[in-house]
Design a protein around this ligand. Structure first.
Ligand SMILES: [Ca+2]
Length: 189
């Protein structure tokens, strides 16, 4: 505020500041406010509502780590005491129904490859219970970069990623981040 006032006083001293000064006085605000004209858009958020397996003891591998926006946290199926076999799946709820045209999968970062998904199926649903046939069945390319998979646009409120295999043939599934690609707004991440 002090800086603004000093600028105004300089402008006023040049004989050019009366308009700005009057406006500022009449609204009791700074004369320029860019943020007030910014359009506010609704942001759809993702929530992990179910996973068939989570490792919560030996590490923090809870399913919600796949949608927390942090590439350093992962969903990992159980590996201590038992390693349940494939398929593994995670169900994610959108905060409101939306038309999506794809999804993204960011594998775990760092050195370990444990749980990195190879073959997968992807499903959409209105109610989180009936998923029907997969909208996509494929295999992820190797590597740790974010994978973007696209399909014909579908309106839904729930998605399910089912992992059928792991890149090294192990029993686990892991994911650093899973997102959706909106038909009209781009990626959720
Ligand atoms: Ca994460």
């Amino acid at each position: 505020m002090q800086k603004t006032l000093s600028v105004l006083s300089v402008v006023a001293s040049l004989g050019l500041g009366s308009t700005f000064a009057d406006e500022a006085a009449s609204t009791n605000k700074a004369p320029v406010s860019v943020t007030e004209s910014t359009t506010v858009t609704n942001k759809i958020t993702l929530k992990a509502v179910k996973a068939d397996s989570e490792e919560k003891t030996a590490e923090d591998g809870k399913a919600s780590n796949a949608v927390d926006g942090n590439p350093d946290t992962i969903w990992h199926t159980q590996w201590q005491d038992a390693s349940p076999a494939h398929p593994h799946e995670i169900i994610i709820e959108l905060s409101e129904p939306a038309t999506i045209k794809g999804f993204t999968y960011l594998p775990r970062q760092g050195d370990s490859e444990n749980g990195m998904i190879k073959d997968f199926e992807f499903f959409v649903s209105d109610d989180g219970k009936e998923f029907g046939e997969p909208v996509k069945k494929d295999a992820f390319a190797s590597g740790k970069d974010k994978k973007t998979i696209t399909f014909e646009p579908k309106k839904c409120q729930y998605v399910k990623l089912k992992a059928l295999s792991e890149i090294n043939g192990e029993a686990w599934t892991s994911a650093a981040e899973i997102g959706v690609v909106f038909a009209d707004q781009g990626s959720s991440k």
